[in-house]
Design a protein around this ligand. Structure first.
Ligand code: GDP
Length: 508
């Protein structure tokens, strides 16, 4: 085992977490590193009794198949008469907009239609939506993305309101759509279920106000409430770099009230709120639950889906961000160590497999020579071996010349030593010739060792710290088997290498 760069270890040396992890990995064990707590921010626990907190607007996502009218519906909602009371300013794309109803109620629409945004947010743990409006074109019916949208809503346990769109088109029959939806688990009121369905024309505006009213009704049933006076908990819904303003990100406040001057942390960055603006580009001083605002003052750009939490001070924000960066680094490091270890394990498994095959082969060779077997065994395949063994198999299959091998029988005084010699010999680098270890054994060189070496072409017995008696020596002479004896391992390797070089096929 390598010393892992720990050169000056004394017996009383205490390993750091990282060093201990390295050692564990070296032994093929993936360490569990105790979660280093460090400074971190957490959203406040949701109180059991929400009834004392004020109601908040619903947050709605519009989903449905492409071309069924999602964008048209968003545009109509944004500019419809129901928002006239809040006229003023120019529509700004900040990832969400608010619609004011006649009775003073509000609805917040996330304005990136489609499931990609919804799923991306959900994948990041940000369930920002209270209600899904499922747009189905009356002239097209349930389509692949309609089914996907239904699945997303069901998975996220978010209630659906169906908007049957393009009802202005001649000859369309909305009831067919409701029937079709039944097959996908969407049971509208007409079909005996409790899911509302509204017939609309997003293009002409028909039914859009009714749709908005239905959303408000459902949100009242859901009794959506949020604390307004706790540290802010928000979700980043969009981010971009704006010329002259640096990092800008829109957030949807979930709980608490965000104010200019507040400090928030999101993902790998933080922000001292320099200014905020709403969906009409108007500057605002504060934003309560379920409202979206564009926030200026980010040190760096957070990502959509990041949770944004209020910090008590700049110092705390810096600490938390620093700690997160450190954790990310450690995680990446551990992942790369693990990948390295996995590779190492693969090599071990392969080598073990090769060794087992080799052993079985040697046993069979021994059995053959001792009359226990009538056929000479086949050499074990080396499926993933290096040093050109794969090429050897291929050429053997084609009946062409194989890479030449030096057949070797190893004898030694200690079993550990012979294994080491065997391993070292097999590693001798050459793509043109290789060592084939026929057998490995402990004890003096015997006549059967000579016989085994003689079974290969120009076989050699390598003896380490052991000798061959006279009888064996003369048997070797007769069989043309060379017995090489050594006392020093590097000499052994050197000489075998010389032997291999000498037996290299002539260059063409
Ligand atoms: P999205 O891909 O779901 O966002 O669909 P769009 O809003 O881009 O609409 C696709 C096409 O359908 C456009 O040509 C719209 O003008 C048209 N469209 C959308 N809503 C209606 C509607 O209510 N009636 C009619 N006749 N056409 C509509």
């Amino acid at each position: 085992m390598a010393n892992l760069g720990m050169d000056k270890l004394a017996s009383d040396y205490l390993l750091s977490n990282e060093e201990a992890a390295d050692v564990a990995l070296e032994y093929g064990v993936v360490p569990i590193i105790p979660e280093d707590k460090g400074p971190e921010l957490h959203p406040r626990a949701v109180p059991e009794d929400m009834s004392v907190h004020p109601q908040r607007p619903p947050v709605v996502t519009i989903m449905g198949h492409v071309d069924h009218g999602k964008t048209t519906l968003l545009d109509t909602l944004r500019s419809s008469s129901i928002t006239a009371s809040e006229a003023g300013g120019i529509t700004q794309h900040i990832g969400a907009f608010s619609v004011a109803m006649k009775d003073g109620q509000h609805i917040t629409f996330l304005d990136t239609p489609g499931h990609a945004a919804f799923s991306a947010m959900r994948a990041r743990g940000a369930n920002a939506t209270d209600i899904v409006v499922l747009v189905v074109a009356a002239d097209d019916g349930v389509m692949p993305q309609t089914k996907e949208a239904i699945q997303h809503a069901l998975d996220a346990d978010v209630p659906i309101i169906v908007a049957i769109n393009k009802c202005d088109k001649p000859g369309v029959d909305p009831s067919l759509i409701k029937e079709e939806l039944l097959q996908y688990g969407v049971q509208t009121e007409d079909m005996g279920g409790d899911i509302q369905a509204v017939e609309i024309s997003a293009l002409k505006g028909d039914g859009v106000e009714e749709l908005a009213e239905n959303i408000v009704t459902l949100s009242e049933v859901l009794d959506l409430r949020a604390e307004v006076d706790i540290p802010v908990h928000a979700t980043v819904i969009e981010s971009q770099v704006e010329k002259g303003r640096g990092g800008v990100a829109s957030v949807l406040v979930k709980r608490g009230t965000l104010k200019v001057g507040d400090i928030i942390v999101a993902g790998a960055t933080w922000c001292k709120v320099r200014g905020m603006s709403d969906d009409r580009g108007r500057a605002v001083e504060s934003a309560g639950p379920a409202t979206a605002v564009k926030v200026m003052g980010w040190k760096d750009i957070p990502q959509a889906g990041d949770m944004a939490l209020q910090a008590a001070s700049e110092a705390q924000a810096k600490e938390v961000v620093g700690n997160r960066a450190e954790k990310r680094k450690n995680k990446a490091r551990l992942a790369s160590l693990e990948a390295m270890n996995e590779k190492r394990r693969e090599v071990h498994v392969r080598e073990d497999g090769e060794r087992a095959g080799e052993k079985a082969y040697q046993t069979a060779v021994w059995e053959y020579h001792n009359g226990l077997r009538t056929t000479y065994p086949e050499k074990p395949a080396r499926p993933t071996g290096e040093s050109g063994s794969g090429v050897a198999e291929k050429s053997a299959a084609k009946g062409e010349d194989e890479i030449p091998v030096v057949p070797i029988v190893i004898k030694g005084d200690v079993s550990g030593t012979v294994e080491a010699v065997s391993a070292a010999l097999k590693k001798l680098p050459s793509k043109k010739i290789r060592v084939s270890v026929l057998s490995v054994g402990v004890g003096p060189v015997s006549e059967s060792d000579v016989a085994m070496a003689g079974s290969g072409e120009q076989g050699v017995v390598v003896a380490f710290n052991v000798k061959a008696d006279k009888k064996t020596q003369s048997a070797a002479k007769r069989a043309g088997v060379q017995i090489m004896t050594f006392r020093i391992i590097y000499k052994l390797l050197e000489e075998v290498e010389q032997l291999m070089l000498a037996r290299l096929p002539p260059l063409l």
